[in-house]
Design a protein around this ligand. Structure first.
Ligand SMILES: Cc1cc2nc3c(=O)[nH]c(=O)nc-3n(C[C@H](O)[C@H](O)[C@H](O)COP(=O)(O)OP(=O)(O)OC[C@H]3O[C@@H](n4cnc5c(N)ncnc54)[C@H](O)[C@@H]3O)c2cc1C
Length: 453
């Protein structure tokens, strides 16, 4: 039997812990927050439930789907996707429909149509190159460029095209729809193939129910899930991790360390040269209002600079179990960098948040707002700068001499991913560990598929 220490009780760490504890391994999970779920955790204020932005399960992977359904049991709720974008002063469905082009101001519609006809391929690896090739100049300049600057706080020309592939293609979500190009939008309008995208959401509580159930199972299998425990020290020899210490004073000497917390924290703790890897953080304004949801969308994007939030989501449109009768929660996301002006003083934006909610029709007036709770979420998005793969590769090379450490998950491998990817990675990681047990924990490697994505 092996002693496995997992840092981080997000979906990747818990999935790995669940499978390893099922096989009789001694699993300890350390989590710095007071609750499990990581980025897929939830906030409960009385009968209101909020997630970290919109969170729902969607996967093409049959094993992952089976696992999600098994963990949620009878609490599986299947919902059709309804999402939108606020653009040119009105709401449009997202992914864009052909009819969207005709709802744009006429000059913009014409320019958009002309882009399609005169499209010329650009060579390059940046986000800007990718979007110009996919959507054309007009939509790039009118929407994607502004949205990306606002969201990422970076010039799209300095961001790697992997960000677009992961982010926009994922916002489109259902690969069968093939709406992620202007040509795709038009093709679909001419040859419409009805595709209904469905999501899974827990029938009770928030998205964190999935993680809570896995944590319960790990404990039933004899494992431990330690909340409010942050890793504060790592002692490493030439070839192995010898000891891991927590801010609670507890120390561990694991046979294997599975690391799912941010990769730059690992570097600091192991004295690996600080890599130039940055994560974007976010503030969540969880607003509780009187009355029914103002929109039928589960989530909606706001690209305009003058609107302070990037995206909103309405938990009630995921599940009726997320708000008390006659009331609605609206979650508004504002991205920022840890330690910047916005991060340090979120209260300063509150009036502007309320004002913009009125501007885009989310509330009739500030009087409809019952309460607002602000949550600070750190290390939310890895920022894929043009050269982001070089520092990641350097870190992996450095760690490749260690035989008992594995990196896993979104922040642990600097991977702009979704829950299903983290679940798959957790399952694969557990399988590799179980397989390698027969021959001891040698030749452990950092399994990750983002180089192929
Ligand atoms: C706004 C938003 C919306 C999203 N929507 C969806 C969606 O609809 N569908 C979907 O599938 N995915 C969605 N995702 C992505 C999804 O949240 C992630 O893919 C997934 O939660 C990542 O899980 P993880 O375990 O890999 O990483 P994380 O959740 O980042 O887990 C890492 C854990 O390590 C902990 N940790 C950090 N430092 C320490 C330390 N020093 N000591 C101990 N613990 C530490 C953290 O607290 C965290 O719990 C969304 C993400 C965001 C941000």
């Amino acid at each position: 039997m092996q002693d496995i220490l997992i840092v981080g009780a997000g979906v990747s760490g818990l999935t790995a812990g669940y499978h390893l504890s099922q096989k009789g391994m001694r699993v300890t999970v350390i989590e710095k927050e007071q609750s499990v779920g990581g980025l897929a955790r939830s906030f409960y204020y009385g009968d209101f439930v909020f997630d970290v932005g919109p969170h729902r399960f969607h996967t093409d992977d049959a094993d992952v789907l089976r696992f999600i359904k098994m963990i949620l049991g009878k609490d599986v709720r299947v919902i059709p996707r309804e999402s939108g974008v606020w653009f040119a002063g009105r709401y449009h469905d997202w992914p864009l429909r052909f009819s969207t082009v005709f709802k744009l101001p006429p000059a913009m519609s014409l320019r958009t149509a002309r882009d399609l006809i005169s499209k010329r391929a650009r060579v390059g690896i940046s986000f800007e190159d990718y979007i110009l090739n996919m959507y054309g100049k007009t939509l790039y300049e009118e929407f994607f460029e502004i949205y990306t600057r606002k969201f990422l706080k970076h010039d799209p020309a300095t961001i790697h095209s992997d960000w677009a592939k992961a982010g926009i293609d994922r916002a489109v979500i259902d690969r069968r729809v093939k709406m992620n190009t202007l040509f795709g939008v038009i093709k679909r309008a001419i040859l419409p193939i009805p595709v209904a995208t469905e999501f899974i959401y827990p029938a009770r509580g928030g998205i964190d129910i999935f993680s809570k159930r896995m944590a319960e199972e790990i404990e039933k299998n004899g494992g431990r899930v330690l909340l409010g425990s942050s890793v504060s020290g790592i002692r490493a020899g030439k070839k192995e991790i010898e000891e891991v210490t927590c801010d609670t004073g507890e120390a561990f000497r694991p046979d294997l360390l599975i690391w799912t917390a941010p990769i730059n924290i690992l570097c600091q703790l192991m004295d690996i040269e600080e890599p130039a890897l940055k994560y974007l953080s976010a503030l969540l304004y969880n607003v509780m209002i009187e009355g029914e949801p103002p929109l039928g969308y589960q989530w909606c994007y706001y690209g305009q600079e003058e609107i302070v939030f990037n995206r909103i989501s309405i938990p009630l449109n995921f599940s009726p179990a997320t708000a008390p009768e006659g009331k609605t929660g609206i979650n508004l996301e504002v991205t920022c960098m840890e330690g910047d002006r916005v991060w340090n003083d979120p209260g300063k934006l509150l009036d502007k948040v309320k004002e913009d909610m009125v501007k885009v029709g989310l509330v009739h007036g500030p009087g409809a707002i019952l309460d607002v709770r602000v949550e600070k979420i750190i290390n939310v998005y890895p920022i894929y700068e043009l050269d982001y793969l070089s520092p990641v590769t350097r870190i992996l090379n450095h760690l490749s001499y260690m035989h008992n450490i594995l990196l896993l998950g979104r922040t642990g491998t600097f991977w702009y991913n979704n829950m299903d990817h983290s679940i798959r990675a957790g399952m694969d990681c557990a399988e590799d560990v179980i397989r390698s047990e027969r021959g001891g924990l040698r030749a452990m490697y950092k399994r990750h598929d983002f180089f192929n994505s």
